[in-house]
Design a protein around this ligand. Structure first.
Ligand SMILES: [Zn+2]
Length: 100
């Protein structure tokens, strides 16, 4: 996550999502937006939802389904960490740094 094109707030959200991903694969991250909001200091989920959308658009996250069904009958979005072709030639070796 050392891309100079990513601003601080999206970077914080991406790092929080990455902490829920499987370390070896960067897959299977399905934190609730409420949890991400709490971890990043937002009182509402709306900004988190917008940032997740922009991270998807920019190629840092891929939404590949849903996490397990929760007791309330709903399920969180499930993400895979991805590295965009943003011109800086980041490669997969950046992912472990993201996960620290
Ligand atoms: Zn970059």
């Amino acid at each position: 996550m050392n891309c100079p094109d990513v601003e601080l707030k999206p970077k914080a959200v991406a790092i929080m999502v990455s902490r829920f991903a499987d370390f070896e694969t960067g897959r299977n991250a399905h934190p609730s937006q409420a949890k991400i909001a709490a971890m990043c200091g937002y009182s509402k989920t709306e900004p988190v939802s917008n940032i997740l959308s922009s991270l998807r658009d920019d190629g840092w996250l891929y939404r590949d389904g849903k996490g397990p069904t929760l007791p309330n009958g709903r399920a969180n979005d499930r993400y895979r960490l991805t590295v965009p072709d943003c011109g800086h030639e980041h490669d997969g070796s950046a992912l472990p740094d993201v996960l620290k």
